[in-house]
Write a protein that binds this ligand. Structure first.
Ligand code: ATR
Length: 272
């Protein structure tokens, strides 16, 4: 019998995680079954319990249940505790371990796949919701020269700045708060691309940028990436690499083997 894993969320039908983990398992000769589970919005805890009763070994958790997964975990890694969000659950004899691999996935994608070092760079992070919160500490741990958080609703960015200020050089404001700053890397962690929208950012933020990164992805360039391209940014990346890299980290947590990610990224891009 293969070991049972799944991704749980609402909605879930478009999740690429089953495809990714099945590819990892084939590549590393692991006997696992990985599927997608829809939990009712008010039924996350019950769905997790049912899965565990069926012999499930671990879960990936996606929108909107990452905070509930954080509450459910009996053991948390530091990065999951600080992100206040869990995307990877591992069921153990003595409890449930919760981790968050999203930030590590972003760092690996930028550094290993795209070939840019974060150390010493000036980074602009757009957004102050769950997606942004999950990557702030991992970014700061790479020692950027500056991390600026810009959000449509600036007080949310300022709250994150307060929370993380002891971990590095971090500033916060709205989208027009940094007119003099020369950013090297701009990361879109807003959900605007999900709604086919463009955050109201001034084109000047791209004037020195080497990389524009959208944590979302679609079959064509997102509005954010099109806007960055129009204003001369050479390197554009969507969230496919991050998605595969965070999955590889989860796979490692469960199976103790680190799969190769590049062939899986290529495969996913070809079937978007
Ligand atoms: P997630 O967990 O995906 O981050 P979230 O917690 O709902 O989702 O946060 C969504 C983020 O995207 C917020 O930063 C939101 O900005 P506000 O705090 O001002 O609401 C941002 N966002 C969503 N749609 C946007 C848009 N059209 N333009 C700019 N920012 C947008």
């Amino acid at each position: 019998m293969p070991d049972l894993y799944a991704v749980i969320g609402n909605p879930i039908s478009h999740s690429k995680s089953p495809l990714i983990h099945t590819a990892f398992a084939r590549q590393t000769n692991q006997s696992i079954q990985y599927d997608a589970r829809l939990a009712p919005l008010d039924g996350f805890m019950l769905a997790v319990e049912n899965f565990r009763q069926q012999g499930g070994k671990g879960l990936n958790v996606t929108v909107p249940f990452k905070l509930e997964a954080h509450h459910l975990s009996t053991h948390l890694t530091e990065r999951a505790r600080i992100a206040q969000a869990v995307n990877t659950l591992k069921f153990e004899n003595n409890g449930i371990s919760g981790d968050n691999t999203d930030g590590a996935g972003l760092i690996r994608d930028i550094e290993s796949n795209l070939g840019l070092s974060i150390a010493g760079k000036r980074i602009l992070l757009l957004g102050a919701g769950g997606a942004a919160r999950g990557v702030i500490l991992p970014l700061l741990l790479q020692n950027p020269a500056l991390l600026a958080i810009a959000n449509r609703t600036p007080h949310k960015a300022e709250a994150l700045q307060q929370q993380f200020t002891s971990h590095g050089h971090i500033v916060a404001g709205d989208f027009i708060a940094f007119p003099e700053e020369k950013f090297d890397i701009i990361i879109n962690a807003t959900s605007a691309s999900l709604h086919n929208a463009l955050p109201q950012i001034p084109a000047s933020i791209f004037s020195h940028a080497a990389l524009a990164y959208d944590m979302m992805y679609s079959h064509e360039l997102t509005h954010f990436l099109k806007f960055a391209q129009l204003h001369g940014v050479q390197q554009l990346a969507d969230g496919i690499g991050m998605l595969v890299e965070q999955a590889a980290e989860s796979f490692f947590i469960w199976r103790g083997i680190y799969p190769q990610t590049k062939p899986v990224i290529t495969m996913l891009k070809s079937c978007l």
